[in-house]
Write a protein that binds this ligand. Structure first.
Ligand code: HEM
Length: 364
């Protein structure tokens, strides 16, 4: 089978069914199920980047992973969580966003495993994701999708797309074709460098003791209008728990048991760029000694099987930002937003399939 070409123009043409939109809006109470912001940003992107479109990515995900009906086209395997964020007020120095005023904000989220196979076997080395959506009484929202790796593998949409194609499992081995991956890495030295950094950081034992990072830089704008480039991270307060590595859902089962037993917590740490730090390339780390601010504590109190009305129906679009947080010039941001919206639209009109992680079936 030949890889899909990057010229599809289908991204805006897939309608949401009314049923799914209504369910999504009603049940996630206040969280918009579809992202209008993504549509606006996509316009600026389609004319650039070698004519890659959101439709090209959707085709490529299907070519690599098969259909995966009803699931996210990336980070397909996941579980819904909910809880709250307690701000200590320190973040106000950098941003006027409501989330940094002292007090509590409700949060809906989703733990996920990278990759488009909704029934992949949990592997400690696969990147783990945490999507969070904060909703504020005034109606503004903040959504973020973070990863447990120190840098992102790609710094361009073309790089992401080429890596996706090169990662297609070969039918003989179930693993990517080493020749295709070697050719990809030779053409993308930025990914080869980033993979080295990722390989030097061993993943933690589970979701609850992972550090989840924004990786991408955003501008924080405070009451006086000062714009500061920031990356953020959720740093775990919960100690490692035993993971029974025998089952296909070992990582998810462990975090289900942990949250059932007690809430799990992270500190939200805001890191300020130094004058020479890269602001538009998430493959490049910032030095470890940069100034950081502890902005408060995230507590996750519940965990549920993905279903209509919980985080399954939220698009953790990184461009849904409240006043006080603004996008940087990172060239991944706009394409990412547009591809997430396309993935949302496709999955919302597909028939549902049973997710791999059924929380009620996880043994105590
Ligand atoms: C061009 C670059 C990227 C593309 C094309 C892409 C694509 C996607 C897609 C299609 C989804 C599923 C969206 C949905 O159906 O709701 C997704 C989810 C996700 N992505 Fe990306 N992504 C990109 C970059 C990134 C980066 C830079 C990060 C982290 C910093 C990231 C972290 C995540 C996470 C954590 C999820 C799961 C969120 C959830 O639970 O809904 N991605 N990605």
């Amino acid at each position: 089978m030949t890889p899909p070409q990057g010229s599809g123009r289908t991204w805006g043409g897939v309608p949401l069914t009314r049923r799914r939109v209504m369910l999504g809006l009603a049940a996630v109470g206040g969280f918009l199920a579809v992202d209008l912001g993504a549509v606006a940003w996509a316009g600026g992107w389609i004319d650039t980047a070698h004519r890659l479109t959101p439709g090209s990515f959707i085709k490529a995900f299907a070519w690599v992973n098969g259909k995966q009906s009803g699931f996210r086209k990336n980070h397909a395997k996941g579980v819904a969580v909910a809880g709250y964020f307690d701000s200590n007020g320190n973040g106000r120095e950098l941003s006027s966003a409501e989330v940094f005023q002292p007090g509590r904000t409700t949060v809906v989220g989703r733990f996920s495993l990278s990759g488009g196979n909704a029934h992949a076997v949990d592997a400690p080395a696969a990147a783990r994701g945490l999507g969070l959506a904060f909703a504020f009484p005034g109606g503004s929202q903040w959504r973020t999708a973070m990863l447990n790796i120190p840098v992102f593998p790609d710094n361009s949409p073309q790089g992401f797309y080429d890596r996706l194609l090169a990662s297609k499992p070969s039918p003989d081995t179930g693993k990517p074709d080493p020749k295709a991956m070697a050719a990809f890495l030779a053409a993308h030295p930025e990914t080869a460098k980033a993979m080295k950094i990722i390989g030097q950081n061993s993943p933690s034992s589970g979701f609850a003791d992972s550090t989840f990072r924004s990786l991408t830089t955003f501008y924080f704008v405070n009451e006086s209008g000062t714009r500061t480039p920031v990356r953020w991270a959720l740093v775990p307060l919960t100690p490692p728990a035993p993971v029974d590595s025998s089952g296909p859902n070992a990582l998810f089962d462990a975090v289900v048991r942990q949250i059932r037993a007690a809430p799990v917590q992270w500190r939200l740490v805001l890191t300020v760029a130094g004058p020479e730090d890269p602001l538009d390339d998430a493959t490049l780390p910032w030095p470890a000694d940069r100034r950081s601010i502890d902005a408060g504590t995230l507590t996750l109190t519940s965990i549920e099987t993905e279903r209509a009305g919980n985080a399954r129906d939220i698009n953790f679009d990184p461009l849904v930002l409240p006043p006080g947080i603004e996008p940087s010039d990172d060239p991944l941001l706009s394409p990412r937003s547009a591809v997430y919206a396309a993935s949302y639209r496709v999955r919302a009109r597909e028939s549902d399939s049973a997710p791999a992680v059924i929380v009620d079936q996880v043994a105590p």
